[in-house]
Design a protein around this ligand. Structure first.
Ligand code: UDX
Length: 476
C-alpha cells in the first residue's frame, strides 16, 4: 500500500533511500538544507556517481512519486519520516558529530502534526553511537502520536541501489525489542515488497540496532587490517599475501571476502565509524575492550606510508621525479574521495616534491580539490606518458586490465607499484617492468631477506643503479 514518506538528509544514503522508496511505490519527499543538491535531484541529476541511481531517481520523478524540498513544512503530511543525515567525525576528537541529526529531529518535531494513536513514525537510518536513539526519542515523542525507531543502513557505495532494495537483512530497533510494538508493523508496511522477497528482519532494542551497524563496520575494517598486518609479515618473510588470503578464505568460518590486502580502507564510513566506536566505548568506561581498534586504524595508516617507502626504494629522492598515480576514489565504481588512501598517498608524494600526475575515471572533482587541476588528467594513457614510476592505488577495471606492453611504450621508465594486489606481476615483469607490491612475496616483487631460491619465471633480486635491490624477470 502506498505510504506518504519523507527522507530527511539526501546525501548518499538518503538520496538512494528516497529513490528506492519511490521505486517500491510510495509517495516520497526528500529534504536537504543544501539547496543546490535539492535542485540537482529535482532535475534528475545524481550529485554523485552510483551505478543505477540516476535511472531510479528519474523514474521516481517521472512517475510523480518523488520530489525534493528544502522546506520542513512540506513534510507535515508524511506518516513515515526517515532520518538519513551524516554523522561525520567530530572536528575536536574521534567521536561522531551528531549536530546535523539533532538539528533535523528538532526541525521535524516542530512541523509534525499531533495525531491520535501511534500514527507518525520517525525512523533513524544514520550510523550513531549506542544510546543516541534513546536520547533523541523524547524530542520526537513530545508530539502526540509520534514514535521513533532505529533501522540502520548497510549500503555499500557502488552497490547502493541493490543493497537498499535487496538487503541481506533488515534491523529494527525499538525500546523493549518487542515484535508486537506497533512501530514494527508500520515499518513492515513500508518495506512490504522487500520482506515478501524473503529478506530476514530482526527486531531488537535501540542500543543493539545501533551497535549492529558500528560493529559490522568495525569488523570489516578489522578484517582488512588483519590481512594487511599479515601482508607486513609477508613482506619480511618472502610470502605472498594473496596465497595466504586465498587459502585462509576457503575456511568458511573465515570467508574470502574483505581479505584483499593493499593500501587499505578509506571512504566516508569505515574510518570514522571505527573511531566513533572506540570513542563511544571510552565514554562508557570500556575503552580497553575496543582498544585493538586503535591498532586496526594504525595498520591501515601504515600501509599508506609503506607505499611511499616503496616509491623511495625504487626512485631514491622523490623530488622532481615524474610519478603517475592510477586512481583517486577510495574504491572503484565510486567518485567518493573521502579519506581515500589513493589521494592520501598522492598528497604525500606531492609533499615529497614529486612531479605528480593523478588520473581516475570518475573522481576528478575530488582529486582536483585536493591536489589542484594541473595535477589531474582524465585520460589514462596521457597520465602514463613520461612516468618514471606508476602506482596503482584504486583497482578500477581499466587499470587492472592495462596491457603491460602498451603501458611500457608510454612511460619513461617501466616501474610499477601495485597497491591493490590486482596485477599479474610475472606478466608485467616479462614485459620488462620492475614491480613492487604490498605483501606480495619477496620472490615475486622484492628481494628475499630469507634468501630462499627464486623459482624460474619469478623475479630475481638484483642490485639497481641506485644500489637498492630491484626485481627483474627470470626466464623460465
Ligand atoms: C562500507 C560497508 O561495507 C557498508 O556496509 C556500510 O554501510 C558503509 O561502509 P563502503 O564505504 O561503500 O561501505 O565501502 P566498502 O566496500 O566496505 O570498502 C571500504 C574500503 O575498504 C575501501 O577503501 C576498499 O577499497 C577497502 N577494502 C575492501 C580493502 O582494502 N580490502 C578489502 O578486502 C575490501
Amino acid at each position: 500500500m502506498t505510504q506518504r514518506i519523507s527522507v530527511i538528509g539526501v546525501g548518499y544514503l538518503g538520496a538512494v533511500h528516497a529513490a528506492a522508496m519511490a521505486e517500491l511505490g510510495h509517495d516520497v519527499i526528500g529534504l536537504d538544507v543544501d539547496a543546490e543538491r535539492v535542485a540537482a535531484l529535482q532535475a534528475g541529476r545524481a550529485p554523485f556517481h552510483e551505478p543505477g541511481f540516476e535511472e531510479l531517481l528519474r523514474r521516481g520523478l517521472a512517475a510523480g512519486r518523488l520530489r525534493f524540498t528544502t522546506d520542513y513544512a512540506a513534510l507535515a503530511d508524511a506518516e513515515v519520516h526517515f532520518l538519513g543525515l551524516g554523522t561525520p567525525q567530530r572536528a575536536d576528537g574521534l567521536g561522531a558529530d551528531l549536530s546535523h541529526l539533532e538539528a533535523a529531529v528538532d526541525a521535524l518535531a516542530a512541523v509534525l502534526p499531533a495525531r491520535a494513536g501511534a500514527r507518525t513514525l520517525v525512523v533513524g537510518k544514520s550510523t550513531v553511537p549506542a544510546g543516541t536513539a534513546r536520547a533523541l526519542a523524547p524530542r520526537i515523542e513530545q508530539v502526540p502520536g509520534a514514535a521513533l525507531m532505529w533501522n540502520p543502513e548497510f549500503l555499500r557505495e557502488g552497490f547502493a541501489v541493490q543493497d537498499t532494495l535487496a538487503p541481506d537483512r533488515l534491523v529494527y530497533g525499538v525500546p523493549g525489542a518487542a515484535e508486537e510494538d506497533p512501530r514494527v508493523g508500520m515499518l513492515d508496511a513500508v518495506y512490504a515488497p522487500i520482506l515478501e522477497a524473503g529478506t530476514p528482519r530482526l527486531v531488537m532494542g535501540y542500543e543493539a540496532a545501533e551497535l549492529v551497524k558500528v560493529s559490522a563496520n568495525a569488523f570489516l575494517a578489522t578484517k582488512i587490517s588483519f590481512i594487511n598486518a599479515v601482508a607486513e609479515m609477508c613482506e619480511v618473510t618472502g610470502a605472498d599475501v594473496t596465497d595466504v588470503a586465498r587459502a585462509i578464505g576457503m575456511d568458511d568460518r573465515i570467508g574470502a571476502k574483505f581479505l584483499r590486502a593493499g593500501v587499505g580502507f578509506g571512504g566516508g564510513c569505515l574510518p570514522k565509524d571505527l573511531r566513533a566506536f572506540l570513542s563511544s566505548a571510552e565514554q562508557h568506561g570500556v575503552g580497553e575492550a575496543l582498544g585493538f581498534l586503535r591498532e586496526v586504524d594504525a595498520v591501515n595508516q601504515r600501509r599508506r606510508s609503506r607505499v611511499v617507502e616503496l616509491a623511495r626504494e625504487l626512485l631514491g629522492d622523490l623530488a622532481g621525479r615524474r610519478i603517475t598515480v592510477l586512481g583517486a576514489a577510495f574504491k572503484p565504481d565510486s567518485d567518493d574521495v573521502r579519506d581515500s588512501p589513493a589521494l592520501d598517498v598522492a598528497a604525500r608524494l606531492l609533499e615529497a616534491g614529486a612531479e605528480l600526475v593523478v588520473t581516475d575515471p570518475e573522481a576528478e572533482a575530488g582529486a582536483v580539490r585536493r591536489l589542484g587541476a594541473e595535477r589531474f588528467t582524465a585520460d589514462t594513457e596521457q597520465a602514463l606518458a613520461g612516468a618514471e614510476l606508476v602506482l596503482l592505488l584504486t583497482e578500477w577495471g581499466e587499470y587492472r586490465d592495462l596491457d603491460p606492453e602498451r603501458a611500457r611504450a608510454l612511460v619513461a621508465s617501466p616501474r610499477i607499484i601495485d597497491g591493490r594486489s590486482v596485477l599479474d606481476l610475472p606478466a608485467w615483469q616479462r614485459s620488462g617492468w620492475t614491480t613492487r607490491a604490498l605483501g606480495r612475496g619477496e620472490a615475486r616483487s622484492v628481494p628475499s631477506r630469507a634468501g630462499r631460491p627464486v623459482p624460474a619465471g619469478e623475479a630475481r633480486p638484483v642490485p639497481s643503479s641506485e644500489g637498492r635491490p630491484a626485481a627483474v624477470p627470470v626466464p623460465a
